[in-house]
Design a protein around this ligand. Structure first.
Ligand code: FAD
Length: 496
């Protein structure tokens, strides 16, 4: 059974026994650890956050950790995490698990920026790994797992969409449907919550880190912030310099190979903090690309109010059960490239009374001026603040406005009035993080190769959303996991 301990409880440990050390225990780090342990590797997962229990809420776990700056001399008001916890953002997510389409991996047919947009792999490379994740997480509507039934609001939205000639579909959810074995008991609205019953899959609920059947092993050491990677002159990582806030101590963990899975903001920041005489501008940053191309999702909400609130009671259950992808690639959308529109219930059951809310999202254009940097100021632990520079492009504003208008057509059709559009801004961060450690064949235009290895270095890999050159028009976690599994398998095959 996997060893999960606060790092302070391992003070006398010999850290040299690990074959691979992974930074970050979220969706990508955990699935990479599992893949390597399946192949006989002994893996340590270093995680800054703590263990969160079933029923825990998101806000306290997000707010505890250092924030980023969003202007040169401003307050630290940006969010450089999805969440900071063993299991990462997936502990609190909505469990919406779409596969990407080929267009997401070759988006240059629709969008042009000053960066490479296409991924160095195709959808075919991801397909076997998508299937494995679907079976591991029991994603609804795949492989004999029944589709998740539409909620009351989902049925209204579906009918309105059909009347408008739009095709509604059932959202693929990593949540066991109600009335199935260990299914959802509809105790709350699922967003921002660790599922109290484990019906919603997450890293711990699904025992993704359980190594008991594997020839290798996984040790999770949490409460440990990885501050920098120490390079030897021959382009080889020798150790990680870590900070333990509990004891205010710095420790050095030797590594044979390191995989960074800290999310697209934190992974880039770690590389930039790892400046040394062997990497004067940070690790992997010879072409000044680390941190550039930061991309989130462009998104927004529209909410409509029905005349008789009693007809639409509170909502218990998933954040979303129905969506449409009719506008994903569509001649009417600006750039012919849109995204998804889907049901998006509010966080607490009662907030939904008399209201229907729709969310629309699309992948945004990656531009080099959208980036992660290090600020000159240091935080209370002596670590440089992360700074985020970010603004939307005109194309992206046009694309999302198109989706907003279609969402509002749907709300009007189902009888809602007083429709409000909630403005979108990701200037202070997002939970969908991509693009800062771009993947490709050439060191001039990319930081890592198609298997996540940093160009020119022998044993440093990145396997999270930062290697995604285009953010994709739908939710990323399924793809982040499938891609991390693919890259970890390639590392295992190379080392064996
Ligand atoms: C409320 C919410 C709802 C969401 N809903 C969905 C959804 O429905 N569908 C979907 O696809 N996605 C959703 N997401 C996004 C999803 O959580 C992320 O896509 C996913 O978690 C990314 O996994 P990751 O491994 O790349 O990064 P993360 O999950 O962010 O994991 C990175 C981990 O690294 C740790 N870390 C970072 N820096 C360091 C360091 N220097 N040292 C040590 N540890 C470090 C962090 O603490 C964190 O635990 C949601 C996110 C949130 C917060």
């Amino acid at each position: 059974m996997t060893d999960i301990k606060h790092i302070a409880a391992t003070a006398s440990r010999d850290y040299t026994s690990f074959d691979v050390v992974i930074v970050g225990s979220g969706a990508s780090g955990s699935i990479a650890a599992r893949t390597l342990a399946e192949k006989g590797f002994h893996v340590a997962l270093l995680e800054y956050g703590a263990l969160v229990s079933p029923g825990a809420l998101y806000a306290p776990n997000q707010a505890t950790y250092s924030k980023a700056r969003t202007s040169p001399h401003g307050r630290a008001d940006g969010n450089p995490w999805t969440a900071c916890a063993v299991g990462g953002g997936m502990q609190f997510y909505n469990a919406i698990m779409f596969r990407y389409r080929q267009a997401d991996l070759s988006a240059s047919q629709y969008l042009r920026t000053d960066m490479e947009i296409d991924w160095p792999i195709s959808l075919l490379d991801l397909e076997p790994f998508y299937s494995e994740i679907e079976s591991l997480l029991e994603i609804s509507g795949t492989y004999g797992f029944q589709p998740y039934p539409a909620s009351q609001r989902g049925l209204l939205i579906s009918n309105a969409m059909r009347e408008l000639g739009i095709t509604p579909k059932s959202v693929p959810l990593a949540i066991r449907p109600p009335k199935t074995t260990n299914g959802c008991i509809e105790c709350s609205s699922c967003n921002h919550l660790v599922c109290p019953t484990n019906a919603k899959a997450n890293i711990l609920a699904k025992s993704v880190l359980d190594d008991s059947a594997f020839p290798g092993s996984i040790s999770v050491l949490y409460g440990c912030f990885v501050n920098s990677i120490e390079l030897r002159s021959d382009c080889h990582a020798e150790a990680l310099e870590c900070y333990v806030p509990l004891s205010s101590q710095r420790i050095r963990i030797p590594v044979k190979a390191v995989i960074v899975c800290a999310n697209a903001i934190q992974s880039a920041a770690l590389m930039l903090r790892s400046k040394s005489r062997h990497a004067p501008t940070g690790i992997g940053n010879d072409s000044d690309l680390v941190g550039r191309g930061l991309s989130f999702k462009i998104s927004g909400y529209s909410v409509g109010y029905v005349k008789n609130p009693a007809a639409l009671p509170a909502h218990w259950g998933p954040h979303a059960t129905v969506y449409t992808d009719d506008f994903y690639e569509h001649p009417g959308v600006p750039c012919r490239f849109g995204g998804l529109i889907y049901e998006a219930n509010l966080d607490s059951p009662g907030e939904n009374i008399g209201r229907v809310r729709l969310h629309y999202i699309a992948g945004e254009e990656p531009w080099s001026h959208n980036r992660v940097m290090l600020d000159s100021a240091i935080d209370p632990h002596g670590i440089p603040y992360i700074r985020i520079a970010y603004k939307n492009s005109e194309n992206d504003r046009a694309r999302i406005s198109f989706l907003a208008n279609r969402a509002e057509d749907t709300l009007r059709r189902l009888g809602a009035s007083c429709i409000e559009r909630m403005p979108f801004s990701r200037g202070k961060g997002s939970s969908h993080l991509h693009g800062t450690m771009r993947a490709g064949s050439f060191p001039k235009t990319s930081v890592v190769d198609h298997c996540g290895k940093i160009h020119g270095l022998t044993n440093i890999y990145v396997m999270d959303g930062s290697v995604m050159n285009f953010a994709g028009n739908s939710h990323p976690t399924h793809t982040i996991m499938a891609n991390a599994k693919r890259m970890a398998l390639s590392l295992a095959e190379k080392e064996n």
